[in-house]
Design a protein around this ligand. Structure first.
Ligand code: 13P
Ligand code: SF4
Length: 361
């Protein structure tokens, strides 16, 4: 019996209507791609810049980051990598909150992005003012926010977590008897609450990509592939998480494909991750989890529309002229937002375990 996907204990706040753009991937001829890659490589050198890309971006960008001494990983690890680099400019191929986190951790560096309009439905669904009002109503709760939030929301938080660190941090807080105010992803929050038993009040946000994975259709797919291991990102609904053999962050999902004994893997996360997964485990078969069926019609179809805004043409444009591509975070907000981010980094170091992206795939 599959669990229902209604989450209890969520806060019904008036949320802004989120305009979800269509997922439009760049379509270039091989000659145009090659010319742009050469130009970008030269511009990265000339601008003392390094390219860091998220696992969900176009494989063209991921392979270019790898080929030019850059990095491909999850959101927090992208920022950490940038911090360790001598390069004065970080080029972040991903979505806006990733650029902001990179800037907050590296205030002395210039951070540019191919497309500043590359947002995230979790970030858009949690406006800073409404969130501050929510926090004001619950001063007794420790405020824990997901990395997928604006700098202004992080500035109001006690802790920031990533999908790979949320369970450890909440367990730690729960053991101290703390009650938690969680934002913005209700599915990730519900998953963490169910695993830790912590008292968590959840903001009513969701990722438009992961929310579309379907429990019923996944059960049918599993029946057709009984030996397959099911890997699920915890931004997915409970009926999907309930069928997972492994639930974890983007880095964790890749590491599991690499180390797993199964020959087939059903994967419930953005399809962009398949590039790195296949690289990590060339002989294994990857099957996308279903996003549509009798009960739904997918919109994103497991491809984040905002991640797709990153392409070679826009990357080249950002490097030619940074105007309109540079991330700025007001100093007061950046200084305050650094507190919950630093808390997570210190917690991870104290635990002597790598609880976020390890890029070891
Ligand atoms: P990670 O930080 O685990 O890479 O996830 C980011 C994200 O946007 C997932 O949808
Ligand atoms: Fe945000 Fe979802 Fe896109 Fe990740 S996949 S950036 S959570 S909208």
């Amino acid at each position: 019996m599959l669990s229902a996907d209604t989450i209890t204990g969520t806060v019904q706040v008036p949320r802004p209507r989120i305009e979800v753009p269509p997922t439009v991937c760049e379509n270039l001829s091989p000659a145009a791609k090659s010319a742009l890659r050469n130009e970008i490589e030269a511009l990265l050198k000339a601008r003392d810049a390094v390219l860091v890309a998220h696992y969900y971006t176009d494989p063209e960008l991921q392979s270019l980051a790898e080929a030019t001494g850059g990095y491909v990983s999850d959101s927090l690890d992208m920022a950490r990598f940038g911090h360790e680099q001598k390069a004065g400019t970080l080029v972040v191929a991903g979505v806006r909150f990733m650029g902001e986190t990179a800037k907050i951790l590296n205030p002395e560096k210039r951070v540019i992005m191919p497309e500043l309009a590359a947002e995230c439905s979790l970030d858009l669904g949690c406006p800073a003012e409404a969130f501050a009002a929510f926090c004001d109503q619950h001063p007794d709760r420790t405020v824990v926010v997901y990395a997928n939030t604006s700098a202004a929301v992080k500035a109001r938080a006690d802790w920031m977590v990533t999908s790979g660190s949320a369970l450890d941090v909440v367990r730690h807080l729960h053991a101290q008897g703390r009650k938690i105010l969680w934002a913005p992803d209700k599915y990730l929050g519900d998953y963490v609450r169910s695993r830790t038993g912590a008292d968590m009040l959840l903001w009513n946000g969701a990722c438009v990509v992961h929310e579309e994975f379907k429990g019923h259709e996944l059960a049918e797919l599993r029946a057709a592939h009984p030996q397959a291991m099911v890997l699920v990102h915890p931004e997915s609904p409970p009926s999907v998480i309930a069928q997972a053999d492994y639930v974890g962050s983007t880095s964790g999902l890749i590491a599991t494909v690499k180390s797993g004994r199964a020959a087939e893997y059903i994967v419930a996360t953005d399809k962009g991750i398949f590039y790195k997964m296949q690289q990590a485990a060339p002989g294994k078969t990857l099957i996308p989890a279903p996003t549509s069926g009798e009960s739904a019609t997918c919109h994103s179809c497991a491809a984040c529309p905002w991640m797709a805004m990153n392409g070679l043409s826009k990357l080249a444009a950002a490097l030619r002229d940074t105007t309109g591509h540079e991330i700025h975070v007001p100093r007061a907000i950046a200084e305050r937002a650094l507190v919950p981010i630093k808390r997570l980094l210190d917690f991870a170091a104290a635990q002597k375990q790598q609880i976020y992206g390890n890029n070891d795939a």
